[in-house]
Design a protein around this ligand. Structure first.
Ligand SMILES: Cc1ncc(COP(=O)(O)O)c(C=O)c1O
Length: 382
């Protein structure tokens, strides 16, 4: 039998917890009714399950239930937030046309914003220093009277750095600018309460927090008006048409509760393992950490390694180790995030992203470090 592959790609996706699968189970076949069918009991039961899940999520994030809009994931939540806000501004006859994000945002933010920039809006993609952390003074200077929206991710999906969301919210609030935060990599991993931080729109995703794929949510602050981006029904307060996936919604709520229950302890454990991995990799020499060491997700390490060619390194590691050289969503191209930090295409191609997870053990980390050391040593010897 082939050796098991060590999975260290938890920023691409996480395994769905067995307890989450169990919570979802009754809602596939035994109780399959459409929650929009209010004329019969099975439909009402499904609707009650959806509303209970919504309340669980709202309680966990300390917002009102009405703030939670279910989507198919963070990509859709980002699209609804960004395009929905821009379109609502147009409908209301508002004059704000300027949008701002960081150049290191995920494609699920960059692409909708670039789309808007081709349709009458102006976009600033703010550069970041090598730390990957926004320079607040530069951000302040880039804001204009016409700025409608700032979009900054809470935790970066490649280098794990945590942006100063509360300080950014402060800059936005006093200028009447809406703040969107892509929380796909942060919710369930670090404390992130949107109302307390001043976030107007927060995107999250089930499969990044040990829940199912195909479900996420947009958390909308009171008073924020969005234009729907999916038309075809009045579900989700008219903001997102389509029959609700009851099992996935139940799964998302369960996964979030479980993630918050072990969030602090998990972070402490994974930080120790991550730091151990960093120590062991440094023995090679010529290993550079991408992005600021802190503040950073406890389970992320991203390095580039001198003297090896990226694709050759990936090929050597692939049979034994599941890691990534960048974001799972833009595979093939050297990472735009790493290039934004100042790495060349070649350096970015020789980067490795390690994403540790709930079930990662010390033995996994020791094996991963040995595998990388062996592969790099062999490649350097040519
Ligand atoms: C920061 C960030 N935003 C958005 C997404 C997309 O999330 P989803 O797969 O739920 O659409 C990801 C997933 O890679 C991500 O890391």
């Amino acid at each position: 039998m082939a050796d098991p592959v060590i999975y260290l790609d938890h920023q691409a996706t996480t395994p769905c917890e067995p307890a989450v699968v169990e919570a979802m189970a009754p809602w596939w076949s035994a109780q399959f009714a459409n929650p929009a069918s209010r004329s019969h009991r099975p439909g009402l039961l499904a609707a009650a399950a959806v509303e209970q899940a919504r309340a669980q999520i709202a309680t966990a994030l300390r917002v009102e239930s009405t703030a939670v809009v279910f989507t198919s994931g963070a990509t859709e939540a980002n699209n609804l937030a960004l395009k929905g806000l821009a379109e609502a501004e147009l409908h209301a006859g508002g004059r704000r046309r300027h949008l701002l994000c960081l150049s290191t945002e995920h494609r699920a933010v960059l692409d909708p914003l670039r789309y808007l920039s081709r349709h009458g809006f102006e976009l600033t993609e703010l550069a970041v220093p090598a730390s990957g952390l926004v320079d607040l003074e530069q951000l302040r200077q880039a804001l204009r009277p016409s700025t409608l929206l700032v979009s900054v991710m809470a935790a970066n999906n490649e280098i794990g750095v945590l942006q100063p969301i509360a300080a950014i919210a402060e800059l936005c609030r006093s200028r009447g600018i809406r703040l969107h935060c892509d929380g796909a990599q942060a919710v369930g991993h670090i404390p992130l309460l949107p109302a307390a931080l001043g976030i107007d729109l927060l995107s999250l995703s089930g499969h990044k927090l040990y829940g199912p794929k195909g479900i996420g949510a947009l958390v909308v602050a009171p008073g924020v008006t969005l234009a729907p981006q999916l038309h075809g029904g009045s579900q989700e307060q008219g903001l997102r048409a389509g029959s609700l996936p009851v099992p996935l919604i139940v799964g998302l709520a369960t996964a979030l509760e479980l993630a918050l229950a072990d969030q602090a302890a998990r972070a402490v454990r994974l930080k120790a393992l991550r730091d151990q991995l960093w120590q062991q990799l440094q023995e090679l020499g010529g290993v550079h950490r991408n992005g600021a060491p802190a503040p950073r997700l406890a389970h992320n390490l991203n390095v580039w390694i001198e003297g090896v060619e990226g694709s050759a390194l990936q090929r050597r590691l692939r049979p034994h180790l599941a890691i990534s050289s960048g974001s799972a969503c833009s595979s093939g191209e050297p990472s735009h995030v790493l290039q934004a930090l100042g790495l060349s295409r070649q350096q970015a191609a020789a980067a490795l992203r390690f994403g540790l997870g709930r079930h990662t053990s010390a033995a996994d980390i020791n094996s991963a470090a040995s595998l990388v050391r062996a592969a790099v040593t062999e490649l350097r010897q040519g």
